[in-house]
Design a binder for this molecule. Structure first.
Ligand code: AMP
Ligand code: GLY
Length: 443
């Protein structure tokens, strides 16, 4: 297996900090760069704040100057906009799908169409670009239903509607009032599924897929799954109801058929394919595909991996994952992971997920690291006196591992509680079983 010597991570959040950290641990990786990266990753990567994640020209230039041998793309927006296509045209290996493949995340209607053709279980529903059709569908499904903006809406485009009136409001707001802009010109209407959410990511090379251990994100801002949705307030891996062996079964039933269906349409998916699942009494159903590593799922999963990550991502980028798998004991279809648990806690700023307060001094990062945790930066910048201050909604991810979830949880909270800033938000129940009361009351 070939290891890329110089790797560029695109993006600037805690997921990208975790990727940069983990890639730098691999023997043979000499240099990790990040574009734009963030202020807190200097210990693991050379950040290039002047190179935006969406600036393909600047990324290509940086790759040429620094002789980058692999680009790993963190966020979805540059992928949907065609960054991977551009890098491929320049013959720069990239782990991240083409724009055509990234439509799986960029259009929920396209995702439904492909997943349905592939025989992947999903909630009953359909996509519409007219109000009348969507209203008919909502009526025939009966409340509760879910209304989803088709396009990228920064995680805000999904409304769970308890009554027909709520469904009508959500449909009109998206299609007629365009509250999500063009992303809501088309909507998906589907039945509400009751159960527990979990996610399974796989590395894909267009044909082959290798499962990563399952993870669980906690999306609501408040304890007990209350308050508005966020980008994710914390994650754990593994998931008590989806062990590492079960993750490979999910990949067999969800990821591989979708890769095959895309291939049938002439689309090679090379990158991380993330299946957001609802685990119901009748089995697992697909909620969505993302075309990248989850954030904060990556922060919980990457520390568990016991495999040469950079070499595997390069093999996936070059369509030779099956050969690479033979080298690293991957016969069972799972990327080798330590038999341990990891918990990632997100420390968010006051006001998040609305407009976050910024500029508050952050204390205790080194204490948290001294306590044995990993601290990944997201919304931080260097303030007066060289100290870190808050500069975004999700400020830091604090990650700890342990022999089981309880131990990982205890270690993560012990470390996170050493970090403080004004108005810090931290959920206390990350890694505990999610409450299903909400889904059940609506089902
Ligand atoms: P999505 O972006 O499609 O994953 O939806 C965001 C969130 O909305 C999910 O993480 C679920 O919490 C919820 N959700 C989406 N679809 C459904 C569904 N069919 N039933 C219940 N909850 C859903
Ligand atoms: N944590 C969910 C996501 O990355 O979309």
């Amino acid at each position: 297996m070939r290891t890329p010597r110089r790797v560029l991570v695109v993006g600037g959040g805690a997921r990208e900090h975790a990727l940069a950290w983990r890639l730098g641990l691999d023997e043979g990786v000499e240099r990790v760069l990040a574009a734009p990266g963030n202020a807190g990753m200097a210990d693991v990567a050379a950040a290039h704040p002047e190179v935006a994640a969406g600036d393909a020209d600047a990324i290509v230039r940086l790759c040429r100057e620094a002789h980058v041998e692999l680009v790993v793309v963190g966020p979805e927006a540059p992928l949907v906009a065609g960054l991977a296509d551009r890098l491929e045209a320049e013959e720069i290996p990239v782990f991240g799908p083409s724009a055509a493949a990234a439509r799986l995340e960029g259009s929920k209607g396209f995702c439904r169409e492909v997943a349905t053709a592939a025989g992947v279980p999903m909630a009953e529903g359909a996509a519409f670009d007219d109000t009348a059709g969507a209203l008919d569908c909502a009526r025939s499904l009966g409340a509760p239903v879910v209304v989803k903006a088709d396009g990228l809406a920064a995680g805000k485009g999904v409304t769970v509607c308890a009554t027909p009136a709520e469904a009508e409001r959500a449909i009109r707001a998206a299609v007629e009032e365009r509250v999500f802009g063009e992303a809501g010109a088309r909507v998906v209407v589907e039945r509400v599924l009751a159960g527990r959410e979990a996610s399974v990511m796989a590395m894909c090379d267009g044909a082959a897929a290798l499962a990563l251990p399952a993870a669980r994100d906690h999306k609501r801002v408040g304890d007990g799954d209350t308050g508005p949705n966020t980008g994710g307030m914390g994650a754990c891996s593994p998931v008590p109801d989806l062990d590492d062996a079960a993750a490979t079964v999910i990949v067999e039933r969800f990821h591989r058929p979708v890769l095959a269906e895309l291939a049938r349409r002439g689309i090679a998916f090379r990158g991380a394919l993330y299946a957001g699942l609802m685990l119901t009494a009748e089995g697992a159903y697909l909620l969505e595909f993302n075309v990248r590593f989850g954030d904060p799922e990556a922060q919980a999963v990457l520390p568990r991996l016991d495999a040469p990550l950079a070499a595997l991502l390069l093999a996936a980028a070059e369509g030779r994952l099956a050969d690479a798998a033979d080298h690293v004991r991957l016969a069972d279809g799972l990327v080798p992971a330590r038999r341990q648990a990891a918990v990632a806690l997100v420390l968010a700023a006051a006001g998040y997920p609305g407009t976050p307060l910024a500029g508050d001094e952050i204390r205790g990062i080194e204490d948290a690291r001294a306590a044995g945790a990993l601290v990944f930066h997201a919304g931080t910048r260097v303030g007066p006196g060289g100290r870190f201050v808050t500069a975004g909604g999700r400020v830091l991810s604090v990650v700890a591992t342990g022999p089981d979830l309880a131990a990982a949880r205890a270690a993560a909270y012990h470390a996170a509680d050493r970090i403080d800033f004004a108005g810090r938000q931290l959920r206390r129940d990350i890694g505990l079983a999610p409450t299903t009361a909400l889904a059940e009351s609506r089902a």
